[in-house]
Design a protein around this ligand. Sequence first.
Ligand SMILES: Cc1ncc(COP(=O)(O)O)c(C=O)c1O
Length: 447
Amino acid sequence: MCIVSNFISAYPIRASTPIVTSPLSIPLNVINAHQAIANPFVPEVVKAVDALHSEFRAVDNLVACNTTRVLKAFQNARVGSHHFGGSTGYGHDEAGGRGALDQAFAEIFGAESAIVRSQFFSGTHAITCALFALLRPGDELLAVAGAPYDTLEEVLGKRDSGGLGSLQDFGVKYREVPLAEDGGLDWNALMSSVKPKTKCALIQRSCGYSWRQSLSVNDIGRAIKIIKKQNPSCSVMVDNCYGEFVESIEPPMVGADLIAGSLIKNPGGTIAPCGGYIAGKQKCVDAAAARLSAPGLGVDCGSTPGDIMRAFFQGLFLSPQMVGEAIKGSFLIAEVLASKGYKVQPLPRVPRSDTVQAVQLGSREHLLAFCEAVQRSSPVGSYTKPVAGATPGYASEVIFADGTFIDGSTSELSCDGPLREPFAVFCQGGTHWTQWGLVLGEVLKSL
Ligand SMILES: Cc1ncc(COP(=O)(O)O)c(C=O)c1O
């Protein structure tokens, strides 16, 4: 396995490598006169791109490492065009590629087993199946990275679900370890927080709508060790949304029992039209599959039409590349908006743990203006104006700018945010960083 633990500092190329690839820095003698074009970016973006040369090269290296891992897994699963056939009806047996996809996915994520299915509605749905798989009445769920993502509140019973079957309705207790003051895990509190009834610990890798650091896989591994030391029978489930392929290792490789996420985020590679996944220990994945389907049916059921199976394989193959582009986009957003005095999280040029870049805009008007500028610059629905409103699963009003080919896809260039203090916008995705370069010009005009 190719490990890049700190992909920024691991490749100090700035001093020795001549700049040859930045479109803004291409020496005129390497392009022919007919190709010379006017500079497409505003000066702030030009400056940022030049400053980020070594970060961009380091991301390319990460992409190559993760692509190697994906290729090996595809080869080991003997993926062939016959796997793109899909299935109908019950989808029994190998079902048109389902078995090969699960096998490749499990290997890529360092898991014993995986279920990758179009039948998961979303990340929230996959995470819910994983939690219901691991918890039973009388157990306690402990969230160790502060409040989980907004859409999980009704799942846990933190917000009233109207008796529709939250974990609390089934007698599962819930507790949180708040984050430390610096926005990271509270390691001291964690040392004594796991009780005999704590049967599952939930770790959210990405920041969600909180102004906090996302967790590195190494930090997740350290937390797992602390949890298991206190109660070896406590399972650890990681909400892996937005974390996939951002590093060269994944949570099951550092001891997570289960991970779950969405295919219209990172691992769908902007191609998967729907779906989600769960991966981890065989027993836990079997239990999660029984939640998605029914006890007795498990992983061996459920059909997915052929065009979707092909998109799942192709999206998974492309995912490291698309995640790389999204990371470059996040570096660019941080660099440009920090230079204009906005607070950004993560800070410019620090290694990333997810694909999300948050920017504090300070007012409702600025948040709306930012999202409107992004929507105006999108390839789909550029003529529409995003409007803040109620969305299923969210307590706050939320605004989304997602001029994307797949509805709500956040592996494509998009941004969103809840209309509440500190009025932060959360930006993510993008099939090419240059799209963020162009969008930022429009954003700067409107702020
Ligand atoms: C950290 C995290 N977990 C879970 C989710 C929920 O994912 P979905 O919108 O696919 O339900 C999100 C959504 O953005 C998220 O940021």
